[in-house]
Design a protein around this ligand. Structure first.
Ligand code: IMP
Length: 203
């Protein structure tokens, strides 16, 4: 049995990755996906990269040091608002303070865009995923979903900046989409499916 360990403490991400990697077999061996917690690892990781990709690599390598025989996946994601020079970007989780409620972070972004027309409210969620393979090689995939910052929070699903991230093609925010619909089009869903394909060819 091969193990994939996902370097996150986030239960929502774990659920999503288990779904997307379900049924994966490599060299005829079924793959089991575990969280760091399930294998008893909880390293202190300093995310001091300058890009999403660098941070994903830092996390994957840090965990791989503890489990050299496993495939370790890690992700880093965030929101880029074009009008704000791509803020909050890699600081999305830390924007206005890690423990600040998203209702406040979202209201702040809406406020910073007040008076700005639709076509200048463009934004994207970005997700980079790194896979540290046994033997030391690291592969990465990055994906995005394009949208616009809305004028008020809408929707109850999802998390973080979802209530203000409006997807024109759906006429909804990502917080108004079902989990399944969001996974189909989201930055994280796309990046996870891309890394799944890469694992099949790289190992
Ligand atoms: P990470 O866990 O370090 O990747 O931090 C990602 C941060 O970016 C989250 O805490 C959210 O603020 C934001 N973010 C990333 N993906 C999403 C999403 O799908 N919806 C809403 N916010 C997101």
């Amino acid at each position: 049995m091969r193990r994939i360990i996902f370097a996150t403490g986030n239960q929502d991400k774990m659920r999503e990755i288990k779904k997307i990697l379900a049924g994966l077999t490599i060299d005829g061996e079924e793959v089991t996906v575990c969280s760091m917690k399930e294998v008893g690892i909880n390293p202190e990781i300093v995310e001091d990269g300058k890009t999403f990709e660098e941070n994903a690599i830092i996390k994957a390598k840090a965990v791989a040091g503890y489990v050299p025989d496993a495939i370790v996946l890690a992700d880093d994601s965030g929101l880029e608002v074009d009008y704000l020079n791509k803020e909050p970007g890699i600081y999305s989780a830390r924007y206005l303070g890690e423990d600040t409620p998203y209702s406040i972070k979202n209201a702040n972004l809406i406020e910073r865009l007040s008076g700005i027309a639709d076509e200048k409210r463009t934004a994207r969620f970005v997700c980079a995923i790194a896979a540290a393979l046994p033997g030391g090689k690291v592969i990465t995939e990055t994906a995005t979903i394009e949208g616009r910052i809305g004028y008020e929070e809408k929707g109850e699903n999802g998390f973080g900046y979802d209530p203000i991230f409006y997807v024109p093609a759906y006429g909804k925010t990502t917080a108004e989409l079902s989990e399944e619909d969001k996974n189909e089009i989201s930055h994280r869903g796309k990046a996870l499916r891309a890394i799944r394909e890469r694992l099949l060819t790289e190992i």
